[in-house]
Design a protein around this ligand. Structure first.
Ligand code: RP5
Ligand code: MG
Ligand code: MG
Length: 282
């Protein structure tokens, strides 16, 4: 995994604090470094009484958290193996971030998310695949959102809720962030959701699972995700859906997939894998 791309923690609508700069060669815990991280946990996280938000075991010795395990309420296992507990809290397996505490994240250790990458071929008016003039490869389009918090383009992913299965998170987040049609009649809504459920439960390919280089990561809390690709190569179902932004998304749209578009966090790495999988333009 890679770390320390960000100079700030938090996204635009959150309090952002400046991270001390960590040179790339000093990110690993094994490299010696005069390290003076900033301690930061957002007010909203610190004062939360929600069952799903951790209490800080450094502040309260009675707090016991089942690290590296799944207690059914929350899966605290990392895709990167067993993480270390130092000073009663987890240590980021990808190294130094410049910040200790939880920043804006609810959990110490891994905070799990899911990312649905829905794709179709770009087609011309005759329905023929559009070929990229430079690479000579067909162009994929994916359902992209513009995030409300950072204004960046992104995959419509989100956090796994308490007790939720990743397969359910993929559907829920896709629905919340890209299928916001208040005016659609109940029958059409029902059919649309049934299609999504069917495809998402039967037709996905796992593209990635692991650490995300997310601007909210700290030395003690970090994002991990599972990204799935749902591809409609023949314009049969998903390719026909008109998307409309909702929830955390300012807007949602089909966007040409290619290296020219910068995306939030590690999302460009995930969609690049999808392009290679389908031998598409990148
Ligand atoms: C990223 O943050 C994940 O890849 C996922 O897309 C997203 C989840 O956070 P929210 O969209 O809920 O803010 O690390
Ligand atoms: Mg969301
Ligand atoms: Mg989201």
């Amino acid at each position: 995994c890679a770390n320390a791309k960000f100079t700030r923690t938090g996204t635009k609508d959150q309090v952002a604090i400046i991270r001390p700069v960590i040179p790339d060669e000093k990110v690993r815990w094994s490299s010696s470094f005069d390290y003076q991280p900033v301690e930061f946990t957002a007010e909203k996280v610190r004062t939360s009484t929600k069952e799903y938000v951790d209490r800080d075991p450094r502040q309260d010795p009675s707090v016991e958290i089942p690290w590296n395990s799944d207690d059914r309420l929350c899966d605290r296992r990392s895709y990167h193996g067993t993480y270390k507990i130092i000073g009663r809290v987890p240590q980021n397996p990808c190294g130094r971030t410049g910040i200790t505490g939880r920043g804006h994240l609810g959990h110490f250790g891994p905070n799990h998310a899911a990312d649905p990458i829905v794709t179709r071929w770009k087609r011309d008016a005759d329905g023929e695949k559009v070929i990229h003039t430079e690479t000579g490869k067909p162009i994929l389009q994916f359902v992209c959102i513009k995030r409300k918090d950072t204004n960046e383009y992104a995959i419509p992913g989100g956090m796994v809720d308490k007790k939720e299965k990743v397969t359910d998170t993929l559907q829920r987040e896709f629905q919340e962030e890209t299928l916001n049609f208040p005016e659609l009649d109940e029958r059409k809504k029902h059919d649309l959701l049934a299609t999504i459920k069917d495809i998402f439960e039967n037709g996905g390919i796992r593209i990635y699972c692991g650490y995300v280089d997310d601007p909210r990561n700290t030395d003690n809390s970090w994002m991990e995700t599972t990204a799935y690709n749902f591809h409609d190569g023949n314009n049969e179902h998903l390719a026909l859906i008109n998307v409309h932004g909702g929830s955390d998304a300012l807007s949602a749209f089909w966007h040409d997939l290619g290296s020219e578009t910068p995306l939030f966090a590690s999302h460009a790495d995930f969609v690049e894998r999808v392009a290679h999988l389908h031998q598409a333009h990148w």
